[in-house]
Design a protein around this ligand. Structure first.
Ligand SMILES: Nc1ncnc2c1ncn2[C@@H]1O[C@H](COP(=O)(O)OP(=O)(O)OP(=O)(O)O)[C@@H](O)[C@H]1O
Ligand SMILES: [Mg+2]
Length: 256
């Protein structure tokens, strides 16, 4: 299980400094959850960790390292808020696309049998084995997110960065997918961005709040017990109340 260590991170788009001197450790095999107002820099921090920033006017500093000393590049799976499924590919082909793109040219048209078998196994885990040949537009929002989760699992990377992956779902589907992700991503190092304090407290081993301009991280909240935590746990609801109060307070302080 891989710790990811971010030290003295700084990012500016031109004159706009989003954060500087920011330290964060994503503990191996645990879920780190990140809350914060719109525009504060959460997605940018995710992109920073993934090393996705480049281009004119973007300044980045600091380091992202792994505790095993190996580069993080190639060891990250990304799950975005929008499911980014390709509409012309079947569910199965969406899931195996990463493998095909990495495959040698001669076998890019067809998945190797073992890849297909693994994809079908993962589809079964997310409860969509009967939808393998269906196009994404025939799926509900929750089913599409399950395909996106399946694609993330298919990549089988030790580090998973998730940017509001359950944001657009109804309450019940969201809870089910949270549970499923928790089960299937056990032992991975996960960073989850969410706007939902309850989601963060249910799933996170550490819950941080990114706030201010330039943004800083508050001390971590570490809810008791293993995730996913029960919604009937009174300690969780108490923490949610406190966290919401804090978020509201800080929004008010931060507003012009
Ligand atoms: N490539 C870019 N070039 C210039 N400015 C950018 C770029 N990407 C993001 N920004 C700006 O940086 C700020 C933070 O954006 P970011 O997407 O990280 O916010 P966020 O916290 O993820 O917000 P949300 O909760 O709405 O997704 C915003 O003001 C945005 O306009
Ligand atoms: Mg964002």
């Amino acid at each position: 299980m891989l710790d990811v260590i971010i030290r003295h991170a700084g990012l500016a788009y031109g004159m706009h400094t989003l954060f500087s001197n920011l330290d964060l450790t994503l503990k191996g095999g645990q879920w780190t959850c990140l809350l914060g107002g719109s525009g504060v820099g959460k997605t940018s921090l995710l992109r920073f960790i993934a090393g996705l920033h480049s281009g004119k006017g973007i300044h980045r500093e600091g380091s992202v390292t792994c505790q095993d000393g190996q580069p993080l590049k190639g060891r990250i799976a990304w799950m975005a808020q929008q499911d980014t499924l390709l509409p012309w590919l079947s569910v199965l082909n969406n899931i195996t696309l990463g493998d095909k793109l990495r495959a040698p040219f001669f076998r890019q048209k067809k998945s190797a049998p073992e890849v297909k078998e693994r994809a079908l196994d993962i589809l079964q885990k997310v409860g969509l084995e009967k939808k393998a040949d269906v196009l994404p537009h025939c799926l509900s929002g929750g089913q599409r997110q399950r395909v996106a989760l399946a694609r993330t699992l298919m990549e089988n990377r030790p580090v998973v960065l998730m940017d509001e992956p359950f944001g657009s779902l109804d309450a019940v589907t969201r809870l089910n997918l949270q549970d499923l992700a928790c089960e299937l991503l056990a032992n991975k190092t996960v960073l989850l961005i969410t706007h939902d304090p309850l989601e963060a407290l249910r799933l996170g081993h550490q819950v941080y709040h990114l706030r201010g301009h330039p943004a800083t991280l508050t001390d971590a909240i570490e809810p008791e017990g293993p995730p996913p935590r029960s919604l009937e746990d009174s300690r969780l609801l108490l923490l949610q109340g406190r966290l919401l109060d804090r978020l509201r307070h800080e929004e008010l302080e931060g507003s012009p």
